[in-house]
Ligand binder design. Structure first.
Ligand SMILES: Cc1cc2nc3c(=O)[nH]c(=O)nc-3n(C[C@H](O)[C@H](O)[C@H](O)COP(=O)(O)O)c2cc1C
Length: 497
């Protein structure tokens, strides 16, 4: 779990940044302190099971302008539905929760021997802290490792301007303040460069001494390789070294909530297209295509997103949602464009054979994910498949090690998402072999309820819950987790999520 032995001949690893101090768990006391000292209650519920309902209430009514200059925000029921909805009857959204609730933690008591994630004894200064650090990648040719201060990554989520005017730039800053990498979605409503500027404006070192993590970039894979090259080059210029290639959404599924509202943001409100509209190669292609038609002055202008938003939206969506899957062999194109010193993760994997194919075709890892149940209805819960994926990959690695074929190969990275709501959920996924998790909807509900501060509150709460629960189950570091911490069954199924 982030501590695997380096293959012989690998460059010596740089030291990990220090364990986070004050710990994430302190947010719990911050909340009580705010009540005691300033009579303030949390800006959004701390109960992840009630977040969706609270977001529905806030987002379906107009929010009045505030005295401190915040403009009024119109009601946005379709945007709320876009976050909450799933594919079809929503059975996969439920299956994701059922899969997580199907495992139960078995806490251990009075454990005093405390080891850091690298196996060293924790000294007196760190003995009251949990070591939640995770180290990813850093194998031969992949450049320095990617160090995380916790096993939590902000999932790529598109169209954030629809949920709150603070949009991606606000959420990215909130993530940076907590040491959590922000994944830039190709369907963002802020450009890559705006998000990078927001991260730069947020303090480089957060209060707990963790360096502000570089963003990750998520690709909806354009049809046109010259556009892909341009997007990836911009992402690298923004500091991204981890590329999430989403392979489960080459077209949008049957989503009744959005269909009933007639809401597909990319087309009906022209939201979520900022990365395309700011891309010089896409703009050139658009301009060289059809003309805008005679305008009022009789001019026949080259097409731009400004003079013909609908044509631009159609052009961009046909690039990034091309309606057909790419073959595995096309991963070679991305490797060439992303470079050998960047990591490529395939997001949207459920079947163990697909994880093995991703590995065979040169990816560095996968995200076991079903897009939060948003793409295929009636599908298996994402966590249900995690143990099989882990077993298939680790068995293949062990077999190659025996046959001496793995010399110089880095262990394959396995991340997880879909349905994570609590600290215990994260612990379950890590115990079943994930190295880190991505979290989507809860943070978006926080954004919808109270903008950047709401997103930060939800993420800080999730991290505090994780940290506190680790302590309470007797685990001082991520490397203490494993299947031995779990039992099958035991927790009731909560159908409300
Ligand atoms: C509103 C919304 C928009 C999303 N947009 C994207 C996206 O642009 N790219 C992507 O790879 N995944 C996208 N996802 C999927 C998330 O990255 C992630 O897989 C999912 O939210 C995890 O499930 P959870 O919401 O239960 O945490 C989106 C999810 C939501 C809820």
């Amino acid at each position: 779990m982030g501590t695997e032995k380096k293959p012989a001949g690998a460059a010596p690893s740089p030291p990990q940044p220090p364990i986070r101090d004050p710990p994430y768990a302190d947010y719990l006391y911050d909340i009580y302190r705010a009540r005691l000292m300033a009579d303030q209650l949390p800006i959004a519920t701390t109960d992840s099971y009630r977040l969706e309902e609270q977001a529905r209430k806030v987002m379906t009514k107009e929010v009045a302008a505030t005295e401190n200059g915040q403009d009024a925000i119109p009601a946005r029921p379709a945007a709320f539905g876009y976050i909450a909805g799933g594919a079809g009857a929503g059975t996969t959204v439920e299956a994701n929760r059922r899969a997580l609730d199907g495992w139960a933690l078995v806490p251990r008591m009075m454990r005093t021997g405390r080891k850091a994630v690298d196996g060293t004894e924790m000294d007196a200064a760190t003995a009251s802290l949990r070591d939640l650090r995770v180290r990813l990648f850093g194998g031969p040719g992949r450049g320095p490792p990617v160090d995380l201060s916790s096993p939590v990554v902000m999932a790529p989520v598109g169209v954030q301007c629809a949920y709150h005017p603070d949009r991606e730039v606000g959420v990215a800053a909130a993530c940076a303040e907590l040491g959590v990498p922000f994944s830039i979605s190709t369907a963002s409503s802020s450009s890559i460069e705006e998000i990078k500027a927001s991260l730069d404006d947020t303090s480089v070192e957060d209060s707990a001494g963790s360096p502000s993590p570089a963003p990750w970039y998520q690709l909806y894979w354009p049809q046109d390789d010259t556009i892909t090259a341009s997007l990836l080059q911009r992402a690298r210029a923004a500091g991204a070294r981890v590329l999430l290639v989403t392979v489960d959404t080459f077209t949008i599924s049957w989503r009744p909530t959005d269909l009933d509202a007639g809401y597909l943001p990319f087309l009906t409100t022209n939201e979520g297209n900022a990365i395309g509209y700011t891309d010089p190669v896409f703009r050139k292609k658009l301009a060289e295509g059809e003309k805008s038609g005679d305008d009022d002055d009789g001019k026949n202008e080259p097409l731009t997103p400004e003079n013909n938003p609908l044509a631009a939206a159609l052009g961009w969506t046909s690039e990034v949602f091309p309606r057909r899957a790419r073959p595995w062999s096309d991963l070679a194109i991305l490797r060439k464009l992303w470079g050998d010193d960047g990591a490529i993760l395939i997001k949207g994997i459920q079947h163990p054979d697909d994880a093995l194919l991703a590995r065979q075709y040169g990816a560095d890892g996968v995200v076991v994910s079903n897009h939060g149940g948003r793409q295929v209805d009636g599908a298996v819960g994402s966590l249900e498949m995690l143990p099989e994926v882990v077993a298939a990959v680790r068995n293949a690695e062990a077999r190659e090690a025996r046959e001496k074929e793995s010399v110089g190969k880095e262990p394959f990275t396995i991340l997880f998402d879909s349905g994570i709501r609590t600290g215990s959920d994260i612990i379950k996924a890590l115990s079943l072999g994930a190295q880190a998790v991505l979290v989507g909807r809860p943070v978006m509900y926080g954004l919808g309820i109270a903008g950047r501060e709401g997103a930060k509150h939800v993420l800080a709460g999730l991290l505090a819950d994780l940290d506190q629960t680790m302590n309470l189950i007797g685990c001082s570091s991520i490397s203490d987790l494993g299947p031995h911490m779990l039992r099958r069954g035991g927790a009731p199924f909560k159908a409300s999520l």
